[in-house]
Ligand binder design. Sequence first.
Ligand SMILES: O=C([O-])[C@@H](O)[C@@H](O)[C@H](O)[C@@H](O)C(=O)[O-]
Ligand SMILES: [Mg+2]
Length: 418
Amino acid sequence: MIIREIRVTPIAFRDPPLLNAAGVHEPWALRTIVEVVTDEGLTGLGETYGDLGHLGKVRECAQILIGLDVHATNEMYARIAAAVGDAVTDLHGLTGVATKEKSVDRVFAAFEVACLDIRGKAAGVPVVDLLGGRVRDAVEYSAYLFYKWAGHPGDEPDRFGAALDPAGVVEQAALLIKEYGFRSIKLKGGVYPPDEEIAAINALHEAFPGVPLRLDPNAAWTVATSIRVGRELEGRLQYLEDPTSGIDGMAEVAASVPMPLATNMCVVTPDHLPPAIAARAIGVLLLDHHYWGGLVRSSHVASLCGTFGLSLSMHSNSHQGISLAAMTHLAAATPNLTFACDTHTPWQDGQDVVAPGALRFVDGAVPVPTGPGLGVELDRDALARMHEQYERCGIVARDDTTYMQRFTPTFSANRPRW
Ligand SMILES: O=C([O-])[C@@H](O)[C@@H](O)[C@H](O)[C@@H](O)C(=O)[O-]
Ligand SMILES: [Mg+2]
């Protein structure tokens, strides 16, 4: 199964004004779709970030993988590592430190997923079977709430409406739960002073008794603030995600709050694991195959976490169905991934390069696709349309901060903010 062609297509799709510690989502989110084609005519799909620096590296690497067998992922990794070199392409700051190792893992992941898609298609089995087989038939996701404006400035309000206070947050949760059946809730914080976010969590707790809650301020707080908030939220949170930055800061907080701390920011490459484990900085790691080097490497990290008593959840960024399929196969094959995963799917509101049918939510969970490979097909018309949107939208890299500063010139993304 020799790779004969790789097509790399950047796309853009509508994104609502979701607020976070770095600013606010721009009207268009970017992704890159990778199609790997073999000499036998099989095509595998991968999906990754769309920022220009990263896209450039993905394009460059697509050239040097031609001629390799789809099983030769070690050789693929070595070639990609050599090509990516010292480039650091991960700049939005919400997925922790950017390092050259992480850039390599980010580029490699999209090709690895596409090769697994091909291998599954060739063997007539779903990707979950290549990862050890399913331990669950459906993967649970959480309602991922965001503070948000009613619409992008100058546009009509979108159908989700504003969520700028506890009542708005509860209303948003009710909508997502009604439409998707989610059974746990994550609130993206780091937007308002901590007391307002505590009030939002308390309002969610009252409105949805018994539903597990999480809060993620993306390291917007000092150690002292994190400890105060953690203590005030005793009995309210399943876990507190990245209250403060760095392994040392997280360890200090972890020692003084009643709930486990989770991260997708202070442990983002394998070399962060030993110091984080030694310092007892985290109880939960949010895996993300897009930056942990694909599905197989993520599985290895999951096993290591099991060995050291860390629990697992899954992180997401604005994404399409190829990513959702890959995340679902990985989570379905990972016994110790027991927390509901994050997904931005509701915010994409039906815009997808994946043809409808293979992916759906049932009671907040996605049944593992059963078709060979990832089990999803590309909708070529949607791909062409979203590529055209990419060409026209004028955005080449995610920049929540500059977009926010257009409307609030004094906004600063410096953290800790509180
Ligand atoms: O989409 C967002 O604004 C999120 O804040 C995202 O960028 C983060 O990476 C993420 O979901 C997180 O859990 O930190
Ligand atoms: Mg997070």
